[in-house]
Write a protein that binds this ligand. Sequence first.
Ligand code: SDX
Length: 428
Amino acid sequence: MEESATLRIGSENYNFPLIKGTESEIAVDLRTLRSESSCITFDDGYGNTGSCESKVTFIDGEKGILRYRGYPIEQLAEKSNFLESAFALLYGELPSENQLNSFRKKISDNAGLRENMAKGLHSFAPDAHPMAVLSAMVNNLGTYHPEKSTNDRKRDLEAFDDTAALLISAIRTIAARDYRNRKGLAPIPSDPSLGYCADFLQMTFGDSNNPQPPPQKVCEALNLVFLLHADHEQNCSTSTCRMVASGGANVFASVSAAIGALWGPLHGGANMAVIKMLKDIHDSGDDGSRFIEDAKNGKKRLMGFGHRVYKNYDPRAKILNVACNDALEELGVSSPILDIARHLEEVALSDEYFIQRKLYPNVDFYSGILLEAIGFPLNMFTVIFAIGRLPGWLSHWKEIAESGSKIHRPRQVYQGATVRDYVSIEER
Ligand code: SDX
């Protein structure tokens, strides 16, 4: 294999070194392209552009492979849990028992919200979207911890372990409080004797007069949803987090920006869109066949299908498909929209339109059905995605901060007006 790539522009040849990843991916190192040739590359949407070298997560979209720090998602889903996998993402290795216990303790010690912050939850419009609230409240949390949000990279890195535990814990409290405020319910404080998911479910859905730990199977289903969403290399929201971090901004600002990016219906907002789509199909009496035709002629988009990277079945969707079954059975919940989802999948996977475009179910296709069965309202689905993805964002913030990376600043191809003189208003 050649150790360099040659690019011919006009009559000139330019040679660029190759970078080889540990999974034998090859990248052409074009960092000197502009200085040598005064040309730049153009890659709308960055589908062919490596923005960084990273050790956090590996995806092979053609083979449907996903690994956190080298551990296959299938093994983590079967043998690990959300906090243990979060530790591996943050620190590179699975924790020892002592490390995991102190990580858990640090998280359960940080679940409380300052009263003024809790009051801040009432400052939003009554029908504010929970993702707008979450993004704002994460930055708000940072204002109560100025020693963790200094925008001095060295100091923010020194505080990172505490900041990570604080955010992983408090994001649940913010989400739970916001949910109960909307319902006019009194808040339920965190119960440190409960596990991460059980505590979140109790803070959200608990009966303040008679607090009961949630069913074990529900906790396990939510744990799996969080684990499967924990990271996904340079996706839209994680790249946003890295972009903001590259400017030296603190963890809270970077995570708040990532939450904004995740909100989009083509990204984390897809799980809500999937349920809306399935319910519309169900209510219209269609078994999904009509909808598939509309998707094929571009009138509709089959939400939960397709992916920028996976051109094979999203391994997370496979796992969630099975978990959906088990959890619904355990919860004694029948879901007519699950039957429609299964029918859509069956029809789409045998249809030339989807096969030719390599469109398969992605993580959002089944996650919404599970979240609805657990009892979350539709407008909280992307909040649940954000709680799951938080360890990934934090891991990438840390990686950028430790790497001393330059500020991210892409170039452009200018297609606007060429130079012209100012015209006074009288002459316009
Ligand atoms: C997530 O990046 C990540 O890792 C994201 C994520 C993560 O964990 O962070 O995995 C989470 O965001 C999953 C994706 C959730 N979004 C959706 O489910 C929304 C529905 N999916 C599509 O909007 C779409 O598939 C994207 C946005 C996900 C990917 O779009 P691409 O790769 O840019 O594909 P494209 O838009 O260029 O489409 C290629 C062709 C087009 O048809 P032609 O113009 O070639 O005729 O496929 C068609 C598209 O019209 N197409 C679809 C389709 N997705 C693509 N047609 C119908 N239904 C779809 N869902």
